[in-house]
Design a protein around this ligand. Structure first.
Ligand SMILES: [Zn+2]
Length: 203
């Protein structure tokens, strides 16, 4: 039976390759983000719905969890050190908290093809209706290897088709998601593919 109250219904959206979308979350709601085909990075970012200057901070999340790795049970924090999400499920266990969003200048730097290239910076800004100069999101499924000499390399994601993470909102949030647009490297396994987001009401 489908609940008559719209706030109690599950909401499901598919984010096509090279694009982004917006989801509003109330405290206690759960968001499951699925890598539809496998090997795809999801740029995940959020701002407070009541104070848009308060944003998800991967740096503060590293600081508070005292780890470069996200583990089930960890909290994702805002730049004001406030809990934004709890990570309650993760079938992959490999995500990136270091890299900023891809943007035209990044494509120019590495591939000389930034003009008119879709990018996560633009897709997240468009989803939120903002014009932030830079965004360092939580890069779900992104497989960044830190080598013993502290150089880093971006490898193909470990996620397979249907792998997912589930997060619970700790505050009223506007959440932006993007299916990363990089096809020039191993970042998204050499292509861009869709992701699915499922919002479950408070139970
Ligand atoms: Zn990207």
């Amino acid at each position: 039976m489908t609940p008559s109250d719209p706030s109690l219904r599950q909401r499901r959206i598919t984010i096509p390759p090279f694009s982004g979308d917006l989801i509003e979350m109330r405290p206690g709601e759960r968001l499951t983000i699925i890598d539809d085909e496998g090997g795809q990075v999801v740029d995940f970012f959020a701002e407070s719905a009541t104070e848009p200057d308060e944003i998800l901070s991967s740096g503060v999340t590293i600081d508070c969890n005292e780890s470069l790795r996200l583990n089930v049970g960890d909290t994702l924090y805002s730049d004001r050190y406030q809990p934004m999400f709890d990570l309650i499920e993760d079938t992959v266990g490999e995500h990136d908290l270091l890299h900023p969003c891809c943007r035209p200048e990044m494509y120019d730097h590495f591939y000389d093809n930034g003009a008119n290239h879709p990018s996560c910076l633009q897709n997240l800004n468009t989803a939120l209706g903002r014009d932030r100069g830079t965004i360092t999101p939580v890069n779900l499924f992104m497989h960044t290897v830190i080598h013993p000499d502290l150089t880093i390399s971006v490898e193909e994601p470990l996620s397979k088709a249907g792998d997912h993470v589930t997060l619970v909102a700790r505050m009223h949030l506007r959440v932006a998601l993007a299916a990363c647009s990089v096809t020039e490297s191993k970042c998204n396994s050499g292509r861009s593919t869709s992701v699915t987001a499922i919002l479950d009401p408070v139970v």
